[in-house]
Design a protein around this ligand. Structure first.
Ligand SMILES: CC(C)(COP(=O)(O)OP(=O)(O)OC[C@H]1O[C@@H](n2cnc3c(N)ncnc32)[C@H](O)[C@@H]1OP(=O)(O)O)[C@@H](O)C(=O)NCCC(=O)NCCS
Length: 143
């Protein structure tokens, strides 16, 4: 299975439809992004939407967020998802490697992500790629 990864440069019907298929495989509580929301992400200097293709079909996506804070450039990998039919062939790995490259290019020294322990394939993948479990408390405030 030959995988290519690209950074999305414009929203399109193809991208909206791909998100409608992918996002429910990641989250049952968040609706997939609309064309307008995709455009907002793609035109933002702080988020990069990576798209993975196999045989020209979009089979996965990942978003990298980078922003400057007083101690440097912070980078976060978010919303990693690969279509069920394409899992286990390195698509997730290719998406992460592309994001790590781009984070480095943007000046980040470290890249963060979170993943629930129940996401076994994801946690295995991150450890295999060299992410190290960080001992910290993760808090969430719901607005
Ligand atoms: C996590 C996820 C993105 C990995 O994508 P992927 O393209 O299968 O990734 P890779 O092929 O690079 O590696 C996945 C691992 O799962 C294994 N795997 C094999 N077949 C699999 C299958 N049918 N389903 C899931 N994982 C499988 C792979 O062998 C690999 O294991 P390894 O790291 O021990 O070698 C994908 O499983 C997914 O979208 N899961 C649902 C959403 C999710 O949990 N996202 C992560 C949020 S933090």
């Amino acid at each position: 299975m030959s995988v290519t990864v690209e950074m999305a440069t414009q929203a399109s019907d193809e991208l909206v439809q791909a998100m409608q298929k992918l996002i429910p495989q990641l989250s049952s509580s968040n609706a997939p992004p609309s064309m307008e929301e995709l455009n907002e992400m793609i035109s933002s200097g702080s988020s990069v939407l990576f798209i993975a293709r196999v045989e020209n079909q979009i089979v996965g996506s990942l978003t990298l967020a980078t922003f400057r804070i007083p101690t440097g450039i912070r980078a976060w990998i978010e919303d990693v998802v690969v279509d069920e039919s394409a899992r286990g062939h390195g698509v997730g790995e290719a998406l992460n490697l592309a994001a790590l490259d781009e984070a480095k290019r943007r000046g980040a020294i470290t890249v963060e992500l979170t993943s629930r322990p129940s996401r076994e394939a994801a946690n295995r993948l991150y450890l295999r790629l060299g992410f190290v479990l960080r001992e910290t408390n993760v808090y969430r405030y719901t607005l």
